[in-house]
Structure formats: structure tokens, C-alpha cells
Design a protein around this ligand. Structure first.
Ligand SMILES: N[C@@H](CCC(=O)N[C@@H](CS)C(=O)NCC(=O)O)C(=O)O
Length: 207
């Protein structure tokens, strides 16, 4: 069955990015439909009536509708398991737990970075003011965690969806010229070149 992925119409949602990359990496057929968040269309009955949280992303498979990006990526991983399909999560149980730990943390902490470095600054180069004290403290916390985790090309040996989520968060700082160690800049730049991410970025091109 073909999937529908609902994303924001500007393609700036880091959570929709994660779900988009997961579907793309699994190589399963899907179409994208957009929701105009600025116009509040996520709250309209036709969307909110089906998508539990009235947020993007939402994955639709027939009459099954799922929101929350990490629930979506885990659902796809179970539905299309390795080795037939590319793994989104590490094979090792503890590494897999660590990948989920990172996903949960990136979605629940670092609010000042998410607010002061919103993803429009990453995707559209929107100008931003210097980080506040709270913003800098959150950035330092992110860098401290990332510095411990990044030891090579990927976080957990092979590529995983956690690499996408961490890269997105690091790029909030890097694309804004905030201070980030070169090791993390190199890691994020290499991750950003991944074809599935490039396919998402291509959605920003007119035509
Ligand atoms: N924890 C959710 C966050 C989803 C989320 O915050 N989506 C934003 C776009 S980035 C949204 O739909 N905002 C519109 C709203 O909340 O009304 C996930 O991981 O999917």
C-alpha cells in the first residue's frame, strides 16, 4: 500500500524531514501532501479530524493515520525491517536504545536553540539575532552531547535516523554562524549531503 506523508508547506519542519528521510531510505512508495501551517490548516477538521495531534508530520496508510515523527520512523522500521530494507535504527539493542534516547532528547530539550534558531534560518537563510544567554547555554549543552557522540562518520557505526535528527539540530547553529567545533561541522556537512536529505532540500527549489 502506498503511503501519504503530510508535511508543512514550506518544508521547514525538522520532524517532517525525519519522517520524509525514513520513507525515502526505506524505498517505499509515498506521496507528499502539504499543510499550510501559517494559515492554520492543521487545525481544520479535514486534517485535525484524522491526525491525532493536529501537527505535521502525519503518515497515512489507508485508514491508519500516525503522528509524532519518532513513532512514524519506528513504525516504518517495524513494517519494513532490515536486511530487506535499510535499517533506520542500530541493530544492537543498546545502540538502538541510545538512538531513541537521542531522538527523545532532541525533541524535548534545547528549547532556546529551537526558538532562537528556527529551521527557517537553516532552509531559507533567514537572518537571526545573536543567541541570548539561555540560547548559548542550550547550544553549549547540545555541543557537549554531540561531541561525546560523534566519533566518526555516523553516530552508531552504520547510518541511522538519529544522525538526521542530530544534524538538523547542529545545523541550526552552524548555518547561523554560531560557534561549533570543526569536528561537528564536518560531521553535519557530510550527513547533509546524504541523497535522502538532498531530496528534501530539492523541495525548496521553485518548480
Ligand atoms: N513531537 C512532534 C512535533 C511536531 C511539530 O511540532 N510539528 C510542528 C511543525 S515543526 C507543527 O505541526 N506545528 C503546528 C502546530 O503545532 O499547530 C513530532 O516529532 O512529530
Amino acid at each position: 500500500m502506498s503511503f501519504i506523508l503530510y508535511t508543512d508547506s514550506l518544508f521547514t519542519s525538522p520532524y517532517a524531514l525525519s519522517a520524509f528521510v525514513a520513507l525515502t531510505e526505506k524505498g517505499v512508495p509515498f506521496t507528499v501532501q502539504t499543510v499550510d501551517l501559517e494559515a492554520g490548516h492543521q487545525k481544520r477538521g479535514d486534517y485535525a479530524g484524522r491526525a491525532l495531534t493536529a501537527r505535521v508530520p502525519a503518515l497515512v496508510e489507508g485508514d491508519f493515520v500516525l503522528t509524532e515523527s519518532s513513532a512514524i520512523t519506528e513504525y516504518l522500521e517495524e513494517s519494513f525491517p532490515a536486511p530487506e530494507y535499510l535499517a533506520l535504527y542500530p541493530a544492537d539493542r543498546r545502540q538502538r536504545a541510545r538512538a531513541r534516547q537521542l531522538q527523545a532528547w532532541l525533541r524535548s530539550d534545547l528549547l532556546p536553540v529551537r526558538v532562537e534558531r528556527d529551521t527557517e534560518t537553516v532552509f531559507f537563510g533567514k537572518a537571526s539575532a545573536p543567541l541570548s544567554e539561555a540560547g548559548r547555554a542550550a547550544a553549549d549543552k547540545l555541543i557537549h552531547v554531540a561531541d561525546q557522540l560523534v566519533q566518526g562518520e555516523n553516530l552508531f557505526g552504520a547510518w541511522s535516523i538519529a544522525d538526521v535528527d542530530l544534524t538538523m539540530m547542529l545545523n541550526r547553529l552552524i548555518f547561523n554562524g554560531d560557534e561549533v567545533p570543526q569536528k561537528l561541522k564536518d560531521y553535519a556537512a557530510a550527513q547533509w549531503r546524504r541523497p535522502s536529505i538532498q531530496q528534501w532540500l530539492a523541495r525548496h527549489q521553485p518548480g
